[in-house]
Write a protein that binds this ligand. Structure first.
Ligand code: GLY
Ligand code: MN
Ligand code: MN
Length: 432
């Protein structure tokens, strides 16, 4: 992200805040075992406003007459940099990321009371991190203790996340460019997985193919733990064991997307392990594909967020009746929720820095209206577990098809379109 974009995001937040002070820490490093850390990932809100990549950093925005942004970050330290690599230090960070001022993180606890004093409101994500809640409480109490000296603590604590969520919901040109590239890498990973899959392989071997594509394309990590689910495992929505052998004749469901520059992609494809759809597999697959097409057809600026779910659901329920999985009318089955036996999740979520991205879904009890620049997934599915009342040909067929849609004025752009999707496309890729 360029400096001007970062500065204008901070400026917009300052305008929303009016008077007041915002304190936005990045995430802390997490120990994995003894001296080994989990790979570091910045806090999404902090990243959106700063793009400063190091841990132990805090953004402070001071509103009012003279709005300004300041960063607290680690000092340069030749010894530590020998062990863990480059640190910007406050001065270089200020320049590179466009802050009005930058200070050592060591000075934060001393400076916080000064920054909070005589501000009407504090914008902070209370309840997100207990250590930070305590740190802020200590600073507030310090200011409260200065009452006789004439200092007042903020009387209002506002959730800074809500203000930034509204901004994050609509992606700007730079975000869209990164998300297109992330989706393109993930689509290549799905193609690679299709080309690699053979009966007898383990699910984790296919997962390795996905990871290979992500990393060789410059992605640091998957946006979420990859689901590589063969046969009955496809009917476990959050299956991540990925340790079973893939058998001839069964389906494989892969839900995997890379994270690029902190932006997620989220793609699911389902295909037969042996590369050829059986009749019943094709029936279920084409039903889910039709449901997804119906959902995608609703997306355009001005449509409601829930339109994708309503359209997908009606198509799926009609198909469940046609395939004799359910009996009754479409309206009756939607009313009784009998469809939830085969379709138990919703159809869309926002996508962005977080895989289930920030942003409201309803406003004043109404589903949100879509606007150009929003990105949502479209991911209908049908999961048929083995049961006595289900024809055996359908047992353990789990299908989900998930794409990432960028809302445009007149429709949408499927940014994950490079992942093969029709039966003909999938069979052709797998035949190679
Ligand atoms: N991969 C997470 C989801 O599809 O929501
Ligand atoms: Mn999703
Ligand atoms: Mn997914």
């Amino acid at each position: 992200m360029d400096i001007e974009t970062l500065k204008s995001r901070r400026q917009r937040l300052l305008v929303t805040m009016g008077a007041g002070v915002a304190v936005i820490p990045t995430s802390s490093e997490q120990l994995r075992n003894r001296d080994s850390q989990y790979p570091y990932r910045s806090d999404s809100y902090f990243h959106y406003l700063c793009a400063f990549p190091e841990p132990e950093a805090v953004l402070v925005l001071v509103g009012g007459e003279e709005p300004r942004s300041m960063l607290f970050c680690r000092d340069k330290d030749a010894d530590k940099e020998t062990w863990t690599g480059h640190r910007y230090g406050p001065e270089a960070a200020r320049e590179r990321f466009g802050f009005d001022a930058a200070h050592s993180i060591e000075s934060l606890d001393e400076k916080l009371p000064e920054l909070l004093a005589n501000q009407a409101s504090l914008w902070f994500s209370l309840g997100h991190d207990r250590v930070w809640d305590e740190r802020i409480t200590r600073a507030l109490n310090t200011v409260r203790g200065q009452a006789r000296g004439g200092n007042r603590a903020p009387t209002e604590i506002r959730d800074v996340r809500a203000a930034v969520d509204a901004m994050r919901l609509i992606k700007d040109a730079q975000e869209i460019a990164v998300m297109r590239r992330a989706a393109s890498i993930s689509a290549a990973a799905h193609r690679r997985a299709m080309r690699s899959t053979l009966p007898g392989m383990f699910e984790y071997q296919i997962e390795a193919e996905l990871l290979h594509e992500f990393r060789t394309s410059g992605s640091l990590a998957p946006a979420y733990t990859s689901i590589v689910a063969g046969g009955a495992n496809a009917c476990i929505l959050h299956y991540v064991d990925n340790n079973r052998v893939l058998k001839d004749g069964e389906m494989l469901l892969i839900d995997a997307g890379c994270e690029l520059d902190c932006y997620a992609s989220d793609i699911t494809r389902s295909f037969p392990v042996n590369g050829r759809f059986s009749g019943p597999q094709a029936d279920v697959y084409d039903l889910v594909l039709d449901a997804q097409a119906a959902a995608i057809a609703t997306i355009r600026a001005g449509a409601r967020f829930n339109d994708t779910h309503e359209a997908a659901l009606r198509t799926l329920v009609q198909g469940m009746i046609d395939l004799k999985l359910l009996r009754g009318t479409v309206d009756g089955i939607i009313e009784s929720e009998a469809y939830k036996r085969f379709y138990m999740h919703r159809t869309s979520h926002w996508l962005g820095l977080d895989v289930h991205d920030a942003g409201e879904y309803k406003q004043d009890e109404q589903w949100l209206s879509l606007q150009a620049g929003m990105v949502l997934t479209v991911e209908p599915g049908c999961y048929i577990r083995a049961a006595d009342d289900i024809p055996e040909a359908f047992h353990d067929i789990g299908v989900r098809i998930e794409d990432d849609a960028l809302v445009t004025a007149g429709g949408c752009e499927i940014i994950s379109h490079e992942a093969p999707k029709t039966i003909a496309e999938i069979e052709a890729v797998m035949a190679k």
